[in-house]
Each structure stands twice: as structure tokens, then as C-alpha cells.
Design a protein around this ligand. Structure first.
Ligand SMILES: [Zn+2]
Ligand SMILES: [Zn+2]
Length: 108
């Protein structure tokens, strides 16, 4: 039976790509990430995802795919941001949309 080709998760978006196409994808994905991040209000912008290279190569010189994938997965977890008005937490991009309809209570 044929084994599926090994895949690596993109550390930016968390999607899986072949070991050959991952570097091309990551370059594009990072560009896209910056474009989207720049559209967010300043306080909601996220720090640039960082690729952890350290633990990804095993003693035998192979890529440790599990370590790469775990790192990618952790990075793909977006921090939730609380709404200024009601305190509910959202992903930054969802919060922007949500806050259009969540208006602050009128001051006393
Ligand atoms: Zn990606
Ligand atoms: Zn709210």
C-alpha cells in the first residue's frame, strides 16, 4: 500500500503541505499574513509568527515532523481578544466584525 507523502504544517496558517512545497507556501503565507495583520486596528495586531527551527531536526538528521507540526499547531492558535464593551472574547479578526454591532452602553 502507498503511504501518503509526509506533510508539514505551515507555522502561519496551520494547513498541511508537502515537504517540498512548504517553504514556497510559507513565504507566500507570511506575506498574506502581514497584509491581513496590517488591516487590523493597531491594538489587535498579532506578533509575527515565528518558526522554531531548533527541535525540528532529529539526531539522525531527519526532520522531526511531529515537532514541526506541534510548533505549527501552537502558533496557529490565535490569542483571543476581549471586547471592550462586553468582555466576550473573540479572535482578532472576528472581534473587528463583532464590535460593529456591539455598541458601548450609554454613559450614565
Ligand atoms: Zn500557511
Ligand atoms: Zn461586546
Amino acid at each position: 500500500p502507498k503511504r501518503p507523502p509526509p506533510t508539514v504544517k505551515c507555522y502561519i496558517c496551520g494547513r498541511e503541505y508537502g515537504t517540498k512545497s512548504i517553504s514556497t507556501h510559507e513565504a507566500l503565507c507570511l506575506k498574506k499574513w502581514h497584509n491581513e495583520n496590517n488591516l487590523l486596528p493597531k491594538k489587535l495586531r498579532k506578533p509575527e509568527p515565528k518558526k522554531t527551527e531548533v527541535k525540528t531536526i532529529t539526531a539522525k538528521g531527519y526532520y522531526d515532523l511531529d515537532a514541526i507540526n506541534e510548533t505549527a499547531w501552537t502558533n496557529a492558535q490565535n490569542p483571543l481578544v476581549p471586547c471592550d464593551n462586553c468582555g466576550r472574547t473573540f479572535l482578532p479578526d472576528k472581534l473587528v466584525i463583532y464590535q460593529r454591532s456591539c455598541k458601548p452602553k450609554p454613559a450614565k
